[in-house]
Design a protein around this ligand. Structure first.
Ligand SMILES: Cc1cc2nc3c(=O)[nH]c(=O)nc-3n(C[C@H](O)[C@H](O)[C@H](O)COP(=O)(O)O)c2cc1C
Length: 391
């Protein structure tokens, strides 16, 4: 590989390599020695993952994203994972109404960091595969192989309407994504020129240079909860980004075993990541008090109810609806992790023991809360043997 990123003949890769291939292992932060990998999820969006009106809520600005990524890198955090969001959810704050586009956000962060992996979260149906493949390669070369691709098939009908794109039936979304990523992998591969002919993607005389960094390719993750989504991840991805199980660690462990077994049967290996929202204070009582204030008392209920109505959930058809609303207000389904540093470290260790490779975490105000997490929780995780000290 020369400095412009042009691959040598030796450096080119077959169309589908798995993450466990040695050259993928050289990819930096995601393959650290830490048993439990840590990332930050959603910092490209206003209010991040907390549907709250409190004034200290996250801005989602470029300046704050950059400062956060650099602080996270210094703390040994493995990755930054953005949310792919095009339209806010309304309410008093227009929750997630101000968002930075994830690939250009990733390119900027990769240029200004050295170790941390930065993902782009990409709606397959909204990005033409030729443009997408080239954007991914460009990010990957800017970051010396630290770019990761998080594929989402999307679900927000109003975003699709805004784009003037029809949303396909659930399983057809993955049929499309299958062709989309297959064509991109070919563009990353050694072929000089090829045609791609599918039910959805039809490309003629495709030429795509340069290739990804270092003769490998970006790590691919798929965010999904359905069985069809898991099948897609097993076939195409190094990692599944899966919804947390509200602390039901046994259930999480069974899910991971199932996905891993399916990957193995297909001759592949897969990592499983989850997501959680952390409220960490010196004591459990203080953490619970801040959670009550910021997430319950000051929730932006207009936005919460809008999101739930998009999922067709209401008081009429949902038992314990207020609980569902409160959970949605805190991360839209991520595992709530609320407590003292001991409590938080304990939950993270349990996730690791259940078999999760890592967790994409959110904080109400990421930059303000990360230093305390770094100072108090990371050393506990080191003592528990799931993380190493930053060297
Ligand atoms: C952990 C996780 C993260 C997700 N992140 C996004 C996102 O950033 N943007 C988005 O539009 N959808 C996101 N989704 C939704 C997925 O794109 C998908 O539409 C949804 O999970 C429904 O597909 P499924 O039935 O296969 O799970 C996410 C889903 C999960 C489980």
């Amino acid at each position: 590989m020369n400095s412009t990123g042009t691959p040598s003949a030796k450096a080119t890769i077959p169309n589908d390599v798995n993450a466990r291939a040695p050259h993928m292992r050289q990819r930096q932060a995601m393959y650290s020695n830490n048993k439990l990998k840590l990332g930050l999820f959603g910092a490209n969006c206003s209010s991040g993952r907390a549907i709250t009106r409190v004034p200290e809520r996250w801005t989602g600005s470029w300046e704050d994203s950059l400062a956060l990524a650099q602080a996270a890198e210094a703390a040994g955090i493995e990755f930054m994972l953005p949310i792919g969001r095009w339209k806010g959810y309304g309410g008093e704050t227009d929750y997630q109404g101000t968002t930075l586009e994830t690939l250009t956000w990733a390119a900027g962060l990769l240029a200004k960091t050295k170790k941390i992996t930065v993902f782009g979260t990409v709606h397959a149906p909204m990005f033409h595969p030729i443009i997408a493949a080239k954007e991914f390669v460009t990010c990957d070369l800017i970051g010396d192989g630290r770019f990761g691709l998080n594929i989402v098939v999307g679900w927000n009908q109003d975003e699709f309407e805004m784009f003037g794109i029809e949303q396909r039936d659930h399983d057809r979304r993955y049929d499309f994504a299958d062709e989309w990523i297959s064509s991109i992998k070919r563009m990353w591969g050694p072929e000089e020129q090829f045609d791609f002919s599918g039910d959805f993607v039809n490309l003629k005389d495709v030429r795509a240079k340069p290739k990804p960094f270092g003769g490998s390719r970006p790590m691919i993750m798929n965010a999904a909860v359905s069985d069809t989504g898991h099948e897609f991840a097993v076939k195409h991805c190094e990692a599944l980004f899966s919804s947390a199980t509200y602390g039901q660690f046994e259930q999480g462990a069974a899910h991971i075993r199932d996905v891993r077994a399916r990957a193995q049967a297909a001759g592949r290996e897969i990592d499983v990541y989850t997501t959680g929202v952390i409220t960490c204070r010196p004591t459990k009582a203080e953490a619970e008090e801040y959670y009550r204030h910021s997430i319950i008392e000051c929730a932006d209920w207009g936005a919460v109810d809008h999101i739930l109505s998009m999922r067709k959930l209401s008081a009429e058809n949902t038992p314990d609806f207020q609980k569902v609303r409160e959970r949605a207000a805190n991360g839209m389904g991520g595992l709530p992790i609320i407590g003292s540093p001991d409590d938080v470290a304990d939950v993270l260790k349990k996730l690791s023991d259940a078999g999760f490779t890592g967790i994409a975490m959110s904080f109400l105000n990421y930059a303000k809360e990360l230093p305390y997490f770094q100072q108090e929780v990371l050393p506990r995780l080191e003592r528990m043997g799931v993380r190493e000290a930053v060297r």
